[in-house]
Ligand binder design. Structure first.
Ligand code: HEM
Ligand code: HEM
Length: 227
């Protein structure tokens, strides 16, 4: 009997990031860049800065809810892992070709949470901030001048933490691309990842209509808060 030749498994395409998560990411990137540039230019650009910041807050609210209702890889339960899983993963960080993850890897999951938390601090402190001249966040009147000053200090300091984390994030994505030969960027654009080997666990896709409703509710809530 002729022996069967063993071929390496053919790569296939696996769905990872749903459209709402991808839109969230790329709109967030554009708005964060706009918030930094407009904040730095100051003057009349502060109006743009405030609107961009409020939109970022709405996006973050959306992502928070989507972390419970979204497709499997976008849910917090699927990417927030315990210290053991993180340590096990860290040991393989400099191994050149590791098996891909059907979503964020255990270390990436925590870096995503850290970025979301820093963005949240930045957006919320901005609501109460003031520049001592003519710009105030929309909820400035809710707190005393001293409290607003403290929150402004946090806003101005946290921007550096946020910029540093964003820089590390981009560097990490390129480290994966060039060192580990894993393209994480393409799945964030197309939603699909090339997959070799055993099938990943089943992925449940969430409804886009639900995403639209959550997005409308998030933007509506922020609009009601700041008007
Ligand atoms: C051109 C620059 C950027 C590129 C190429 C990029 C690429 C990516 C990629 C590939 C992922 C998925 C990582 C994975 O597979 O685990 C991701 C996730 C993420 N990125 Fe970026 N990113 C960029 C800029 C930023 C910036 C500036 C921020 C915010 C400060 C940001 C925030 C996030 C967040 C919050 C996630 C998690 C997405 C989610 O689960 O909803 N990214 N990014
Ligand atoms: C993640 C979103 C945000 C980012 C990245 C960001 C970034 C910045 C930066 C870089 C500055 C400093 C400008 C400078 O003095 O050079 C600034 C100032 C300011 N931001 Fe934001 N901001 C965000 C969200 C918000 C929000 C939501 C509001 C209010 C609706 C806001 C209100 C202000 C105010 C009032 C100042 C003036 C403070 C001062 O210059 O003393 N920001 N922000």
């Amino acid at each position: 009997m002729a022996r069967r030749k063993s071929h390496p498994p053919r790569p296939r395409s696996v769905f990872i990031w749903d459209l709402p998560t991808r839109l969230f990411h790329w709109i967030l990137v554009c708005l964060v860049a706009l918030a930094y540039v407009a904040g730095d230019l100051g003057g009349n650009w502060m109006v743009t800065h405030l609107r961009a910041g409020e939109a970022i807050l709405a996006l973050l609210l959306f992502r928070l809810v989507w972390g419970f209702l979204g497709s499997t890889p976008s849910r917090f339960v699927s990417f927030v892992r315990g210290p053991r899983a993180v340590l096990r993963y860290v040991r393989t960080l400099f191994v050149r070709s590791t098996t891909p993850h059907p979503g964020h890897n255990p270390l990436g999951g925590w870096s995503v949470l850290a970025m979301l938390a820093l963005l949240f601090v930045q957006a919320v402190t901005g609501l109460f901030a003031n520049d001592d001249i003519f710009v105030t966040g929309p909820l400035y009147a809710w707190v005393s001048k001293a409290a607003s000053d403290r929150l402004t200090k946090i806003h101005l300091f946290n921007r550096w933490l946020l910029a540093a984390t964003g820089g590390v994030h981009i560097a990490a994505v390129f480290f994966y691309l060039f060192y580990k030969r894993e393209n994480l960027i393409l799945p964030m654009i197309t939603g699909k990842k090339r997959w070799r080997g055993a099938a990943p666990p089943p992925i449940r896709r969430a409804s886009r209509l639900l995403a639209l409703l959550v997005a409308l509710a998030s933007f509506g809530a922020v609009w009601l808060l700041v008007r």
